[in-house]
Design a protein around this ligand. Structure first.
Ligand SMILES: *[C@@H]1O[C@H](CO)[C@@H](O)[C@H](O)[C@H]1NC(C)=O
Length: 507
């Protein structure tokens, strides 16, 4: 009886798997469900580099893994993906050199990671297959290990605009580069952004958003967190040993006293904060250019790194993050301006609803952008109030904070997912705004904020006044939006106090 039952189950699984395979093949032939990532929005070509460097070993929390007894929160190396403006001129869109696969390798690691995350580790081959099916043909546009944009080029490109004809100027500028740099080393240094991913996310899940910001002249480092929030990642030790870090759940951990869910979140957020701080240190090391930076990532080149010497503006480092990462951004802003965290502001995309309490002790400018879904679907936030109200209260209490919602978007709208599988994402998330338009709106508004941090000018959506403070809780009157640069609707909930009626609102 038991035997027959098992056979039945096995047959069922086989049947379901082949049915799913046929279904995908069928869909494939009917609809192009996979789209390539679009070109970046800015004038510069983009260089990409995966970088892993050794850190001084640090234990963030004493909890150990039940399975192996190893420390769960030990920081050994820092892994980031760098996106930066490059000197390689773009000839024509068709001859663009493609960078590298969008899916981190090996795919089976990520597949197993997501299977574990979903609580069905035995189905890891199905997850790997699905990832391979949907993600394996996608590449991140850009040039691996391309030389970083030189100071002279940046100035000329800016003067000449992004139009055709700047090519020759760039080339002659490159020749003069050395003299120019000697004359004024500081001219044209590049502002930086550290980006932290969401729960179950990866550093390359935001390639279009981050690469586009880089194409406008920013050096972006997307951190691959080893805090157990991602699907899976490999730590490469300098001695050649490897350690896999899988997604962590409370029941995987042992500690005395036992950890609560909030303890786990706190440990992960502290871990992330340490990684953000180490990323900024790495920026400083690259900018100093004295000691060569050893890249522990296997098969990742590092020719471009010496070119980072004197190219970064370390007084213009900003942090950004999505979801869990946005919660991390708000936490990092608590120590903004300190030696460990020399940052000038933060961009928070959909601050987490269950990723721990949100820090409200913030002294630098912040831009909080929420997706339509995040704002419309309200839930209680740790017994404090509705999530929307908690976020609004925090931003309203700051001198320089924006809080706004991009209508028609969903939580993953700032990731690459809706660009790669637009059709599936639209079905699953019910977004009404075109996914490319949504990303352009996010990118431009982020750029306006980054410019604000340097110039104090409020352009684009940042120049708007409040359109609806109440957000989803406005019932007495129709809700109002303002148009974004690409025609999308932004609902503005909070804008900075400074400049408007200074003096009256001083607290
Ligand atoms: C570096 O950034 C700071 C702060 O935004 C700015 O004031 C300064 O002019 C920048 N320096 C260079 C050389 O670009």
């Amino acid at each position: 009886m038991v035997f027959r039952l098992r056979r039945f189950t096995l047959r069922r699984v086989l049947f379901l798997t082949s049915a799913a395979t046929l279904f995908f093949i069928f869909i494939f032939s009917l609809t192009p469900i996979i789209s390539p990532l679009p070109p970046y929005t800015g004038p510069h070509e983009v260089g990409i580099l995966d970088l892993e460097t050794e850190l001084e070993k640090r234990v963030i929390h004493d909890a150990v893994l039940k399975s192996t007894g190893e420390k769960a929160f030990e920081l050994n190396t820092l892994a980031i993906t760098l996106y930066y403006p490059s000197s390689l001129p773009m000839n024509s869109p068709s001859s663009r050199p493609w960078a590298r696969l969008w899916l981190p390798q090996p795919v089976s690691l990520i597949g197993e990671g997501y299977a574990r995350l979903a609580g069905v580790p035995r189905l890891s081959s199905i997850f790997t297959f699905a990832l391979w099916l949907l993600g394996s043909s996608t590449v991140i546009p850009g040039v691996v290990d391309a030389p970083i944009l030189s100071g002279a080029e940046k100035i000329l490109t800016e003067e000449a605009g992004s139009g055709a004809g700047s090519f020759g100027k760039i080339m002659s500028a490159a020749e003069q580069e050395h003299q120019e740099l000697k004359r004024d080393r500081k001219i044209g240094t590049l502002p930086c952004l550290v980006f932290t991913h969401g729960m179950a996310g990866m550093s390359q899940s935001y390639a279009h958003y981050l690469g586009s910001i880089a194409s406008h002249g920013y050096v972006v480092a997307a951190v691959e967190h080893r805090d157990g929030s991602g699907p899976g990642t490999v730590i490469h030790h300098p001695d050649g040993k490897e350690r896999k870090v899988w997604h962590l759940k409370l029941q995987d951990l042992e500690s005395n006293p036992p950890m609560t869910d909030l303890d786990l979140k706190a440990a992960q957020l502290n871990f992330r904060e340490a990684e953000i701080s180490e990323t900024i240190k790495l920026f400083a090391q690259l900018n100093l250019g004295d000691a060569p930076v050893v890249n522990l990532k296997p098969d990742s080149p590092r020719e471009a790194l010496p070119g980072f010497k004197n190219r970064l503006n370390l007084s213009a480092v900003t942090v950004g993050g999505h979801s869990y990462g946005a919660t991390g951004v708000m936490q990092a802003l608590k120590s903004a301006g300190s030696k460990a965290m020399p940052i000038n502001g933060g961009i928070a995309l959909d601050p987490g609803k269950g990723s721990g309490l949100l820090n409200k002790d913030i002294d630098v400018p912040i831009l909080v952008m929420q997706s339509g879904e995040w704002t419309e679907k309200q839930s209680d936030f740790y017994g404090q109030d509705w999530h929307f109200i908690v976020v609004r209260k925090i931003v309203e209490s700051l001198r320089e904070g924006w809080f706004m919602t991009l209508a028609g978007t969903a939580h993953p709208s700032c990731t690459d997912a809706p660009l790669i599988v637009p059709w599936i994402m639209k079905m699953v998330t019910g977004t009404t705004l075109n996914s490319k338009v949504a990303l352009r709106e996010y990118i431009e508004t982020s750029l306006r904020f980054l410019e604000y941090l340097q110039t104090g000018k409020k352009n684009g959506v940042l120049g708007s006044s409040v359109t609806n403070r109440e957000g989803p809780f406005k019932h007495d009157e129709p809700r109002k939006w303002t148009k974004g640069p690409h025609g999308a609707d932004w609902e503005i909930h909070v804008v900075p106090h400074v400049g408007e009626d200074e003096g009256t609102l001083d607290e």
